[in-house]
Design a binder for this molecule. Structure first.
Ligand code: NAP
Length: 315
């Protein structure tokens, strides 16, 4: 049975990454006593990043977890409260917006959706079967230390793939960076670091076609296909780190808010954060498939908070 909260909040923020917590700091300072519903990954994607080198104000870089911990403390200072819950469906048709999890119903006058994005999977045999403790993962920071002195592969060619590969060189004997083209998508500084690292072996023009397990059900190799000549290969290894981008977390809003064909929120024209429903705003990676940076997510969180504050004042 779902319990309904008696309170109607001024603002609820879905998500506790850079966008959500920045929105909380701003709405908190505006005395709106925001409730942040944290979802499955409190602190968002940065909590699984090692070092953030490009967040302004940290000349020596900052640990991703520490940055998010700081944002959370700052939001708490301005009377933000947190709920650990996952919203599964919404009714945004009335002046009070209704959000439902499996156990609770929340009500709010305004809503900021900052639900972020989740790692994309490849969809090849063996990937789901060995995901988690058996050798397939999407998080080097979380799982890298389990692969000490072992050979592993990172799949992908963006900044995330390079970052994961470089992080894994701390533990692993060898890191294969498997990319489907012959040029990395990553920024030049990250690409150069990866390509020039002695423990990283580039596997160009290659996609994995399956992940093979040993008799105990743990990863023993990946089978591959060359995208140029279709030749097949196999690389023996113990871990596969998938870093091929993300999918926006917007499923609960299908049919309520405008989404593009990839599931990203489409803001109203003339604004980055306004949606087709007045009083409902979006911020961060769930609404941005272009910049996708911690600092741009924080900026959108700020915009959404100011919009919500002004909209509430007008009502
Ligand atoms: P991304 O930039 O979208 O890169 C995804 C990579 O995966 C691409 O190289 C893509 O290949 C490959 N890929 C996609 N689908 C694939 C498939 N089915 N099979 C094989 N390969 C596939 O994603 P990201 O690396 O997660 O980065 C996301 C954003 O976060 C970017 O804006 C990035 O700059 C930012 N970021 C920044 C930092 C940093 O500054 N330190 C760190 C991490 C992320 P193609 O290149 O052929 O498309």
């Amino acid at each position: 049975m779902s319990e309904t909260e008696s309170i109607i909040h001024d603002v609820i923020i879905l998500g506790s990454g850079c966008a959500g917590l920045t929105a909380a700091i701003y709405t908190g300072r505006a005395n709106l006593k925001p409730l942040v519903i944290e979802g499955t990954q409190p602190g968002g994607q940065l909590t699984t990043t090692s070092e953030v080198e490009n967040f302004p104000g940290f000349p020596d870089g900052v640990d991703g977890f520490m940055l998010m911990d700081g944002l959370r403390k700052q939001a708490t200072r301005f009377e933000t409260t947190f709920a650990s819950d996952l919203i599964e469906s919404v009714d945004l048709s009335g002046s009070v917006k209704v959000l439902k999890s499996s156990t609770k119903t929340y009500q709010t006058k305004s809503l900021i959706v900052a639900t972020g994005a989740s790692p994309r999977l490849i969809g090849i045999p063996g990937e789901k079967e060995m995901f988690g403790g058996k050798g397939v993962t999407t998080c080097a920071t979380c799982d890298g230390a389990f692969y000490r002195d072992m050979d592993v592969a990172v799949i992908g060619g963006g900044d995330s793939a390079c970052e994961e590969a470089l992080f894994l060189t701390r533990f692993c004997s060898k890191v294969y960076l498997v990319h489907r083209r012959d040029e990395l998508r990553a920024s030049k500084i990250m690409a150069d670091r990866a390509v020039n690292h002695e423990k990283i072996e580039m596997v160009w023009n290659t996609v994995p076609t399956s992940i093979e397990g040993d008799e105990t059900g743990n990863v023993k190799s990946i089978k591959t296909r060359n995208t140029q000549d279709n030749s097949e290969g196999e690389i023996p290894l113990k871990g596969v780190f998938i870093a091929i981008g993300h999918v926006p977390n917007s499923k609960a809003f299908e049919g309520s808010l405008n989404l593009d064909d990839q599931g990203y929120f489409i803001p109203e024209s003339g604004s980055q954060v306004r949606t087709n429903i007045p009083g409902v705003y979006v911020a961060g990676d769930c609404a941005d498939h272009f910049y996708r940076q911690a600092i741009t997510a924080a900026g959108m969180g700020c915009q959404a908070a100011i919009e919500a504050e002004r909209w509430l004042a007008e009502q």
